[in-house]
Design a protein around this ligand. Sequence first.
Ligand SMILES: [Zn+2]
Length: 73
Amino acid sequence: MKNNECKYPGCKKSAVTTYALVPICATHYSDIYNETLNYYKKKATSNNTKYWDREHYHKISHLTPLANKEEMQ
Ligand SMILES: [Zn+2]
């Protein structure tokens, strides 16, 4: 696995940033960022948010050392 590659499954773009310490490209950063905003917005108003509400994030969440913390919430 190349160090500088987006870690989103199937993505071969160069990583330009990281999300939760996982290298990702700009497109997937934007996807996950927006998804996370929506997730916390929903979470604030409802108890029904499930783990699959963060589909993009969970594609990379197993790669981040922060994953366990997130899942414990
Ligand atoms: Zn990507």
